[in-house]
Design a protein around this ligand. Structure first.
Ligand code: HEM
Length: 520
């Protein structure tokens, strides 16, 4: 299986996306409900998070091929382009800033832009909460791409040339604009020549919406444009003569394309297809996965650990999702060497989402997976020959008792803008013979000049023997990681070149209270 520059496989990325999407406290919590404002300190700014997450896709993807065939596209290069006049507004740094806390070696910023689009559309499409088919594997640019995002003062010919160059037909351009401009609007703050200052303390940035339902992803704008009712297509249709780009674009084929997407279902089907095309408009050479289907049952989080007695524990969270809701209890068993198992176990549900579908609170927004149920388990493993966990006869994951990171004995502290991590690892004593080399690979987020998006750098550290605990030998490494950039650090322990632990994200490690780290 091929790996990327961080040694991560496409299957690892897919699994991480599934975990993100079923964890309602991650990205989706930032965008739900659809009218959530991205500047909490300024609730009357009209900066609608869901709209910003959609707009950024256009600004990133549309400059593909300008610099040469196959160059650019959806690659998070917008992170380096936030100050350009064509990107006026705070949306790029605000949006990427919201995404950075979830970035890791498993999720590039450009894949996060895709999850963000998928979350945004689902959140704004209640109660269906449909999602774009989401592929993963996008690679982030390491510098800015060319300028060339069409704006409201550009001619129709300029917009057509940009879309054609990026790989979109005239019809697709019309669809993309009509779909994007279902959410949000034009802000006086960004475009004072298009939208007059409303002098309204309830609308501080002077947002003039594109349609009467700016926080619903629907065909209202198309209907209002075609029937000249409501907002009649919004400020880029009926605003000042010099900036009627939406009118010029919609009218460029005598309204044939926009008429064909005027019913609720034709609008949604068309939009999900065109948004997927925009997301998959990636630099040549990028290998994208098949569309990710979040499996009905997954092991959302899990970790092995050691008791003081030397016994091994395995705990974590199983997540299931379905309509109607998954059962109140979930079953699983541990597989053993040779194909046997240790018997069925049952675990009670610990968290149900949403509790009151469409109750109006963020936590009641449907996000496209029916009801999500979490089940927290915590087992002391009875047999050293366990090799896997099998959940609801539907999902199997390996359990590697040979070598594993020890969360209860590992720590992470902020030190002078960096993090000091003390990572301890258990290796089965029979494997750690004389001459064993234990090493720890650490991938941590670092700042990149010119963009809020972190880049991941890795280091490989030799681990030292600490003590024996039961059947295991404990090794440890102390490392300074990252430079304070947001994002998640990942570690993996290696025994020579023969055994490797699973990769573990260190975000939830507790701080060490001892002055001498190795004695924590
Ligand atoms: C030639 C094509 C386009 C032009 C000239 C254009 C122009 C604009 C302008 C002037 C704004 C106002 C921004 C602000 O004041 O904050 C805007 C907002 C927006 N655009 Fe476009 N746009 C185009 C295509 C698209 C496409 C293809 C999408 C879809 C991905 C899109 C999605 C959005 C969204 C969601 C907003 C609302 C942002 C917010 O409320 O914060 N636009 N567009």
């Amino acid at each position: 299986q091929s790996v990327d520059k961080n040694g991560v496989t496409i299957l690892e990325k897919i699994e991480e996306v599934e975990r993100q999407m079923l964890n309602v406290f991650t990205l989706v919590s930032v965008v739900a409900p659809c009218n959530k404002i991205s500047a909490p300190e300024n609730p009357h700014s009209g900066q609608q998070t869901s709209a910003e997450w959609v707009r950024i896709v256009f600004h990133d993807t549309i400059t593909k091929n300008i610099e040469g065939p196959g160059l650019g596209g959806l690659d998070a290069s917008v992170g380096f382009e936030a100050d350009r006049p064509e990107n006026v507004g705070a949306f790029i740094n605000v949006t990427l800033g919201q995404f950075t806390q979830f970035s890791s070696i498993f999720l590039s910023m450009s894949d996060l832009i895709g999850i963000g689009l998928s979350d945004s559309l689902a959140t704004c499409d209640q109660p269906l909460a449909r999602r774009i088919p989401l592929r993963v594997g996008r690679m982030d640019a390491t510098g800015p791409g060319p300028a060339g995002v069409p704006g409201p003062t550009d001619s129709l010919a300029f917009a057509q040339a940009a879309f054609t160059k990026a790989g979109f037909t005239n019809s697709e351009m019309i669809q993309a604009v009509a779909c994007g401009h279902s959410l949000g609007g034009v802000h006086h703050e960004n475009f004072p020549d298009i939208v007059p200052d409303p002098n309204d303390p309830e609308n501080l940035f002077g947002r003039s919406p594109f349609d009467s339902t700016p926080d619903v992803f629907d065909n209202t704008g198309v209907q209002e444009y075609l029937t000249r009712t409501g907002l009649k297509g919004g400020p880029l249709v009926v605003g000042p003569e010099a900036t009627r780009t939406d009118f010029l674009i919609f009218n460029s084929d005598d309204n044939a394309t926009i008429t064909a997407m005027s019913t609720p279902s034709s609008f949604e089907n068309t939009c999900l297809t065109i948004f997927q095309k925009m997301m998959d408009n990636v630099p040549a050479g990028t290998v994208l996965s098949d569309p990710v289907t979040v499996r009905p049952w997954i092991l959302r989080e899990s970790h092995l650990d050691l008791l003081a007695s030397g016994g091994v524990t395995f705990s974590g969270t199983i997540s299931g999702h379905s309509t109607p809701a998954p059962p109140a209890t979930a079953n699983y068993f541990y597989g053993t060497v040779g194909g046997g198992n240790t018997g069925q176990k049952t675990v009670q549900q610990s968290f149900v989402y949403p509790n009151r579908p469409n109750g109006g609170d963020p936590e009641d927004t449907l996000i496209g997976f029916g009801t999500i149920v979490d089940y927290e388990f915590n087992d002391t493993l009875s047999s050293p020959s366990i090799t896997s966990i099998n959940i609801m006869s539907s999902y199997t994951a390996p359990v590697n008792l040979n070598i594993f990171i020890l969360p209860s004995q590992s720590f992470s502290n902020p030190v002078n803008g960096q993090r000091q991590s003390i990572i301890r690892v258990a290796v089965l004593g029979t494997l750690a013979t004389t001459g064993t080399t234990m090493s720890l690979r650490i991938w941590s987020p670092n700042r990149q000049p010119g963009s809020v998006v972190p880049t991941f750098v890795n280091q490989n550290i030799t681990m030292s023997f600490l003590r024996t605990q039961g059947d295991y030998k404990i090794y440890q490494a102390v490392a300074l990681t990252g430079d304070g950039a947001p994002g998640s650090t990942t570690v993996q322990a290696n025994l020579g070149t023969t055994q490797a632990s699973v990769k573990v994200q260190t975000g939830s490690l507790k701080p060490c209270t001892s002055a001498i780290p190795t004695t924590c």
